[in-house]
Write a protein that binds this ligand. Sequence first.
Ligand SMILES: [Zn+2]
Length: 369
Amino acid sequence: MTRPVHTLPKAHLHLHFTGSMRLATLEEMAASHGVRLPRALIENWPPDLGDAEVRGWFRFQRLYDAARACVRGEADMRRIVDEAAADDAAEGSGWLELQVDPTSYAPFVGGLTPALEIVLDEARAAGERHGIGVGIVVAASRTRHPLDARTLARLAAHHAGDGPGQVVGFGLSNDERRGDTADFAHAFRIAANAGLASVPHGGELLGAGHVEQVLDELHPDRIGHGVRSVENPAVLEHVVANDVTLEVCPGSNVALGVYHAPGEVPLRTLADAGARIALGADDPLLFGSRLADQYEIARTAHGFDDEALAGLARGSIEGSRAPESVRQRLLAGVDRWLETPEASDGTEVTEGRAATGAREGSAVEPAAR
Ligand SMILES: [Zn+2]
């Protein structure tokens, strides 16, 4: 006796640009550019990244780079944003914060600025087409020089806003074991001064000590993953006391071998400690699961009932940078979802009701500066 998770209004705060791609789209792009994709990526999809933590990450990085090499210009970039918005909206997401490092795409479109402008323009347009608000998180990489992160932070600051088609946050991604977190503090100050949310990755490949470092140095509003804060109760307390939202991506954690099974992801521990959680898909292209699947994991592997799932959805909305009117609309949609009668199985809800749910979750707002 459960309600379908794809009609539960929610926000999606952890989705990477290339990683959001549909496999079929990647294959089409590769064919059109004459690029041969690694067999490991396309045969027996989703790829087996291995269960050892280190091997998992390096395999992941190699395949991610191969996918990124197929994105070669404005049309490809616009298609990725469009499909990410469409796929998210179809799963009840009313607000998407798509994370992009424009560096790799810049050479094909004449520089960093046009690369970001294309993404922002399409975010606004695709959001309107699909009935979802799409904000952008600009992410720097730990594998590059910290001065490069400052350049991206200045670019992000220039496009800062709180509506669809604007930059709403600044992130730091790639291998947590690379670079010194403190070296990126200056970039995060630039972003924070422009009003951007601070949303670095942390505490996935590394443990609670890394979460503490990220808290101290980057003053995050949210942490990408942060699940391993459970390894030190004091750090988890610090996360909760600082009102930091954790972008928890169970499918990603298991695919990368951080945990061996969905039930091992410490979702319950985090929730019981009072942490605000926003479930995310991270990279569906490589992990094989999308946003609604993460809510299914919470239900099936962790026993979250509909009230608890609604709590997760509220966490995603409250942790987002969606405009206030969108937040209120989505939160009201969550309440209505709980008021609808339970389906006897997940498939009994009519298309009509599913469509209404999606509309309740939609969140198109005029772009505002
Ligand atoms: Zn991520």
